[in-house]
Design a protein around this ligand. Structure first.
Ligand SMILES: [Mn+2]
Length: 286
């Protein structure tokens, strides 16, 4: 997928890892169908990109078969951790497709172990900083909290947060910061503020609900007032250009039957992010 030729694993620089896990989705469910919907839509993409004036697929993109994932979240996280660690050691740039946001914890663990100075950058409508949600420490509503226990976290695009989480941020160590959507929308130089102060090495996790629910209704817990298509692209381009993004995930797609547009959006977003990474050369327009 994301390619027109059969790329061999050994020759691929980018590996797509589908993680169809839906253990803790709290509202509508269905995130386990997300990776397949993205991969199916990816086959309809134009591989040449007019914005970058090149073909990101030329880096060599190999799509793995979805692994068997245990239902228990701790076991699933361990499994994702060991798969991703193995891929990083083979010098692959790993793009994980969720699945609910919990899969990110396994990925983050692998990156933190191999790159101790890495910071986590999360794009999400929700702060997800609760210690537990409905008694579960590995709920998708606790993902950023688990990341925060491993390292520094910046969460961007938030417009849903509880008082308990605000109190946690005040005392958090390592520091955990939030860029609220309400501020992003009015500040002209918000990108510099958001990107500044972080380590050069970044792991990026993108929960699709960071997008406005008008263009991305296919998520488990939609929130109004999110990023537009060009808004998110502008930000991702800047972030990926300024920082050394070592891997990323795109999670929480919960496809709605009869509405393929959000699936296509997610596929195109993943492809754009791979393109912004500029593995081969500096495309003319970046
Ligand atoms: Mn979210």
């Amino acid at each position: 997928m994301f390619t027109e030729k059969n790329v061999e694993f050994d020759k691929a620089r980018v590996v797509i890892l589908p993680l169809p896990y839906d253990g803790t989705g709290s509202y509508r469910g269905g995130a386990s169908r997300g990776p397949k919907a993205i991969l199916d839509a990816s086959q309809e993409l134009e591989l040449y990109d007019e914005e970058m004036d090149w073909t990101p697929a030329d880096v060599g993109i190999f799509t793995l078969s979805p692994p068997e994932l245990p239902v228990a979240p701790e076991l699933m996280i361990d499994r994702v951790y060991s798969i991703i660690k193995g891929l990083i050691k083979k010098n692959k740039f790993v793009v994980s497709l969720g699945g609910d946001h919990t899969v990110t914890i396994g990925a983050a663990k692998a990156y933190k172990e191999l790159y101790p100075n890495i910071d986590f950058f999360v794009l999400d409508a929700h702060s997800d900083l609760r210690d537990k949600y409905e008694g579960n420490k590995f709920s998708h509503a606790c993902t950023s909290r688990r990341l925060s226990e491993m390292g520094r976290v910046k969460i961007v695009g938030v417009r849903s947060i509880s008082k308990e989480e605000i109190d946690y941020i005040r005392g958090a160590s390592p520091p955990c910061e939030i860029a609220y959507m309400k501020d992003i929308i009015v500040k002209e130089r918000w990108m510099d503020d958001v990107i500044g102060g972080l380590s050069d090495n970044i792991y990026l996790s993108l929960d699709l609900d960071v997008l406005d629910s008008g263009i991305m209704p296919s998520v488990q817990t939609p929130q109004p007032g999110g990023f537009s298509w060009y808004g998110i692209l502008g930000f991702l381009k800047t972030l990926i250009r300024k920082k050394n993004v070592l891997g990323f995930d795109v999670v929480e797609l919960s496809p709605i039957q009869g509405n393929p547009a959000p699936d296509f959006l997610a596929a195109k977003l993943v492809y754009k992010m791979i393109g912004y990474k500029r593995f081969l050369k500096k495309p003319r327009n970046l």
